[in-house]
Design a protein around this ligand. Structure first.
Ligand SMILES: Cc1cc2nc3c(=O)[nH]c(=O)nc-3n(C[C@H](O)[C@H](O)[C@H](O)COP(=O)(O)OP(=O)(O)OC[C@H]3O[C@@H](n4cnc5c(N)ncnc54)[C@H](O)[C@@H]3O)c2cc1C
Length: 502
């Protein structure tokens, strides 16, 4: 074991939406910061050909296996790289709706209230949209929450096909709304080029170690503080020391790391007096509908539109159903990678040309429904393996959203005088287990140490110098995408940490 001879003010583990944003926030304090990231730098694939390659090689999946509730192995859809999942995400940067922070009755149960409300997150949402260069437009979506500022950049225009379909959907009384997207010079903004790389280049007090996988946190003998972070770098074990430790490994890996760091004083896992670490795993119900495109499209374009008409329900079903957004070009969004095995095999067997042809004749729609926290849906760590016990809930709400959207698209077809509608790609029952893109909830924040893992500053109730700043903290999910809320929260906790570090 090599003990690093430096002592840091802060160690941040993981560089995704949470960790990468926090690095940005803390860099200018002059505090000595060590950033440990298990992945390496990942170049964005820019050309169409490369996108086909990315798809075929499943580069969006981690090179490790996790296990489902039956012990069956799978490759999780998660990216280990500098920037984390923002390196592969679609850049849709939506605020949670005001009511997402309140207790809401769903058809299948209650979505609990957050201990902090939308108004406390609002200033940080504004900062997050500026930092990640959100392009959007206010005023089209009736569920849009109040804002202290407009979007910093104008909305992305729709691809011609999408524009036509939006017109037909609007005639049905629906509200096409410009999807807020984070865009920089090089394409989608992410936590690496927004947070990590500028911090490392501009501030000598920030040190980044890549390919550094943290495997355990070690406490003092009384278990009241984390004293050291153990990491594996090039097959060698290292110990790093700091005053404050922040986990930002993503909701599943942060929980797994706390669980695997169990010791005499924390026999069921670090900071797990509440027995809530790893529980309440949520990941949204997601379905992709593929629609054959009336005209050829470019196959490569930004997502640009969303619909929240069914977000809070309708007259027949007074419960939330969810959110719909268009997939970008099929090649770009790589949606077939999570298709059922047969379709996936067929698509992968096609030569690159065939796949591109398919992509330019297809439009995709993502349907997302909130799943509800259930303590039995959980991350477990056993025999050095990560298990996800996850049974989807709130399925009827998702089915109803699916039904409404299919009906809406059929109506578009009728209005356009053609038959272009295709079936949904994911089978009934929703998202495969390996789709963990919108994972959250495994270390929820709250005021009561008996029922939550983190306090309102995302510090663990049990260990004074240990924080978790990623999607773990969500006490309930939403149906819109999570990254902007993770980013806004990292900026919020960053303010607290700046105060603490002095
Ligand atoms: C294909 C895809 C598309 C998506 N599209 C969108 C979208 O359009 N809009 C949206 O809002 N959200 C989207 N998401 C979700 C979004 O990317 C996540 O919500 C967000 O990145 C979560 O941030 P995080 O900080 O919790 O974790 P992550 O971004 O996952 O970052 C975790 C980091 O920790 C590192 N790490 C993990 N374990 C260790 C360890 N033991 N030691 C050291 N480092 C470790 C990882 O390598 C990674 O860098 C998408 C996700 C995927 C996969």
């Amino acid at each position: 074991m090599i003990i690093d001879d430096q002592h840091y003010d802060v160690i941040i583990v993981g560089t995704g939406a949470g960790g990468g944003t926090l690095v940005h926030k803390l860099a200018s304090t002059g505090k000595k910061i060590l950033v440990l990231e298990r992945g390496k730098f990942l170049n964005k694939e820019s050309s169409e050909l490369e996108d086909v390659e990315v798809f075929k090689k499943e580069l969006y999946h981690a090179p490790e296996q996790w296990y489902d509730i039956n012990g069956e192995p799978f490759y999780p859809q998660t990216s280990y790289s500098v920037g984390g999942n923002t390196k592969v995400y679609s850049g849709a940067l939506l605020r949670f709706r005001e009511r997402d922070f309140e207790q809401v009755q769903h058809q299948d149960g209650i979505s609990p209230a957050w201990p902090l409300k939308y108004s406390e997150f609002e200033p940080y949402y504004t900062q997050a949209e500026q930092l990640y260069r959100a392009h959007g437009r206010v005023g089209d979506d009736p569920t849009e929450p109040p804002r202290s500022a407009g979007y910093p950049f104008p909305a992305v225009e729709h691809e011609a096909n999408i524009q036509d379909i939006c017109g037909l959907l609007a005639k049905q009384g629906l509200h096409p709304s410009y999807l807020p997207i984070g865009l920089g010079q090089q394409g989608r903004t992410d936590a690496e080029d927004t947070g990590v790389t500028p911090a490392v280049e501009q501030y000598s007090n920030v040190t980044l170690k890549t390919a550094a996988k943290v495997v355990r946190l070690l406490t003092n003998p009384t278990g009241t503080a984390v004293k050291a972070v153990q990491a594996e770098i090039a097959g060698q074990a290292y110990l790093f020391l700091a005053d404050v430790i922040v986990l930002s490994c993503g909701a599943i890996n942060s929980a797994a790391l706390l669980l695997r760091s169990a010791n005499e004083k924390h026999p069921t896992g670090l900071a797990n007096r509440s027995d809530q670490v790893g529980r309440n795993l949520m990941k949204q119900l997601m379905t992709v509908i593929a629609q054959r495109s009336p005209q050829a499209n470019s196959g490569l374009f930004q997502r640009s539109v969303y619909f929240n008409d069914f977000y809070w329900g309708d007259a027949d079903f007074p419960y939330p159903m969810g959110h719909v957004q268009n997939a970008g070009g099929i090649l770009q969004d790589v949606i077939f990678s999570e298709a059922p095995p047969l379709l996936s095999i067929l698509a992968k067997a096609m030569p690159g040309f065939g796949l591109r042809q398919l992509a330019t004749r297809t439009l995709g729609w993502w349907l997302q429904t909130e799943d509800l926290p259930n303590p039995e849906n959980r991350v477990r760590f056993n025999n050095e393996k990560i298990y996800l016990d996850y049974t989807p809930n709130n399925l009827e709400a998702h089915d109803r959203l699916l039904y409404h959207w299919q009906e809406a698209l059929k109506e578009v077809d009728r209005a356009a005088g053609q038959s272009i509608f295709a079936q949904n790609i994911h089978p009934h029952g929703g998202t495969p287990i390996q789709v963990v893109a919108h994972q959250c909830g495994t270390c929820r924040f709250g005021e009561d140490p008996a029922t939550s893992v983190l306090d309102l500053n995302c510090r663990t109730h049990d260990i004074d110098n240990l924080y978790v700043v990623d999607s773990s903290f969500f006490p309930s999910n939403a149906a819109v995408s999570p990254a902007l809320t993770v980013i806004a929260n990292a900026l919020r906790v960053g303010d607290h940490l700046i105060g603490r570090l002095g």
